[in-house]
Design a protein around this ligand. Structure first.
Ligand SMILES: Nc1ncnc2c1ncn2[C@@H]1O[C@H](COP(=O)(O)OP(=O)(O)OP(=O)(O)O)[C@@H](O)[C@H]1O
Length: 292
């Protein structure tokens, strides 16, 4: 079963539709990254998923329970939505986590030390939060979110405001948590970094989920064929080709290379090279958003 399921969820503020009919699923152990230009609705979607906003349409299910109808649905959820998360400034990091532990029913003190260590906060654990840097607060927010070992973790731009070391730490942690079976949904503007370990990327634009890219399953090839424009038109007409475009004097295409080669040679095109190419998520994203 999916850990997180959105069914046609949407939000309007007054008469203004912000999001419409967004459906997606995140399975245990999967990392789902939400991307989209500023104002495309990433934060709104995350607020809907975490129950901070009420949907105008559709529903959000965590382990099969409706977030907005069943208060207990959120017991499996860990989240950082407003970053950095709010803490009592006059308490230490450890004391703040003790409070979160109490509220979420975590009894072991050792678990607090464990998450502090995991977020590399042990050195400042007994300092008041008011003395924390922005990055330290961000990491404390994540520590509080994972304290009760949630099965679903939802994060709004978890790496914003972090230094490169902090960014690596957070990506490493999310990758590990996914390996441990946690379902992770995060929003990000850092597609390149996230694409190294995310399983799916959802692209938001114009209030809708424009596309979903399953990473690791895209077969992309570069082919040098002449004449180029005619070859591109031919590839685009082939049912075995999902997408094709020109880049630096060659065609990048996604699809069945045998079928492409056969079709080009049959039509008398000159093929000089054909080789696999890593999927360029950034270029794909820009293309997708441009035509939204
Ligand atoms: N409470 C609200 N009332 C009215 N409009 C809102 C409200 N909250 C968000 N919006 C509008 O919804 C749209 C989506 O905003 P949202 O913050 O979800 O986008 P985002 O993709 O997270 O943007 P960014 O990348 O800048 O963080 C924006 O046009 C914003 O002005």
């Amino acid at each position: 079963m999916e850990a997180l399921r959105l069914e046609g969820i949407g939000k309007r503020y007054g008469r203004k539709p912000i999001l419409e009919g967004v459906s997606l699923t995140v399975r245990p152990g999967e990392v789902y990254a939400l991307a989209g230009p500023n104002g495309s609705g990433k934060t709104t979607l995350i607020r809907l998923v975490t129950g901070l906003a009420f949907p105008s349409q559709g529903r959000a299910l965590i382990l099969g329970e409706d977030v907005h109808k069943t208060p207990t649905a959120r017991r499996h959820l860990g989240a950082v939505v407003e970053a950095p998360a709010a803490f009592y400034p006059y308490l230490t990091g450890r004391e703040n986590l003790r409070l979160s532990a109490y509220l979420t029913g975590v009894k072991e003190e050792a678990r607090i030390a464990e998450v502090l260590a995991r977020l590399r906060l042990l050195a400042v654990a007994d300092q008041k939060v008011e003395s924390y840097s922005l990055g330290q607060r961000q990491r404390l927010g994540l520590a509080a979110a994972i304290l009760h070992r949630p099965k679903v973790l939802v994060l709004d731009e978890p790496t914003s405001g972090l230094d490169p070391e902090g960014v690596d730490l957070v990506h490493g942690l999310l990758r590990e948590l996914a390996r441990e079976g946690v379902a992770v949904l995060l929003s990000t503007h850092h597609l390149q970094e996230v694409s190294r370990y995310a399983h799916k990327v959802g692209i938001l634009g114009g209030g809708r989920l424009l596309d979903e890219v399953a990473l690791g399953s895209r077969e992309v090839y570069r082919i040098e064929a002449h004449p180029l424009e005619g070859a591109l038109a031919l590839l685009r007409a082939l049912p075995q080709v999902a997408s094709a475009r020109i880049q630096n004097g060659a065609i990048l295409f996604e699809g069945d290379r045998e079928a492409v080669l056969k079709a080009l040679l049959n039509e008398g095109y000159r093929v000089e090279a054909l080789y696999p190419q890593g999927f360029d998520l950034m270029a794909y994203y820009q293309e997708r958003v441009k035509h939204a």
